[in-house]
Design a binder for this molecule. Structure first.
Ligand code: ADP
Ligand code: MN
Length: 179
């Protein structure tokens, strides 16, 4: 299927995955190495109040998707953004040139979430989500197959090699697009 493209000077990258897989850490590292700008969507939702309230039972905010997309449209239009969010299907396909889905094994994921103080329910939910590959499958349904890349994120070495790979990918993108 044809990929709708926008004219950008730099690519936009979506970094997605189950909570705790390392999206924020990896995105910050990508931003540091490449000069792309990190957008932590979860933080944006909270600081700009792009939600319709808080669901205590699930310890989560109910997204106001229209408000969020309106807020982000201008940010992504010139490219050069690393967008970090656990939900990937809400964004327009045309926004992204690369979609990274971070993956972690049950044990490290469990340890990271426990360290964060997640309640047992949220912990179980996220572990199940990761085992069932929910984010990966959703990403594959929402974006062109060839731009969706699954990356292991179990160790610091994994993270470093992921960042290195993205850096090389960006350089190749620039060459390909005459930038
Ligand atoms: P996310 O943004 O996906 O919820 P974070 O980037 O906040 O995940 O990472 C959660 C915790 O796990 C942090 O303390 C981070 O240092 C650690 N972590 C994440 N990815 C890795 C990794 N690949 N190797 C080691 N520690 C990691
Ligand atoms: Mn995060």
């Amino acid at each position: 299927r044809p990929i709708p493209t926008m004219e950008r000077n730099l690519p936009n990258i979506l970094v997605t995955g189950t909570p705790g897989t390392g999206k924020t850490t990896t995105s910050e590292m990508i931003a540091n190495v490449t000069g792309l700008q990190h957008i932590n969507v979860g933080d944006l939702v909270k600081t700009k109040q792009l939600h319709e309230g808080y669901l205590a039972e699930f310890d989560t905010h109910i997204l106001d998707e229209d408000k969020l997309l309106d807020e982000m449209e201008d940010m992504v239009k010139d490219g050069g953004k690393v967008v970090d969010f656990h939900t990937c299907e809400i964004f327009p396909e045309r926004w992204f040139d690369l979609v990274l889905v971070l993956r972690a094994d049950t044990q490290p994921l469990y340890d990271r979430m426990e360290k964060r103080g997640y309640n047992q329910r949220k912990l179980q939910e996220n572990i199940e989500c990761e085992i069932m590959q929910v984010v990966l499958e959703t990403a594959r349904e929402s974006y062109a197959q060839e731009i969706v890349i699954e990356l292991p994120s179990n160790t610091v070495d994994d993270m470093e090699s992921n960042v290195d790979r993205v850096n090389r990918w960006i350089e190749a993108w620039k060459t390909q697009h005459g930038k």
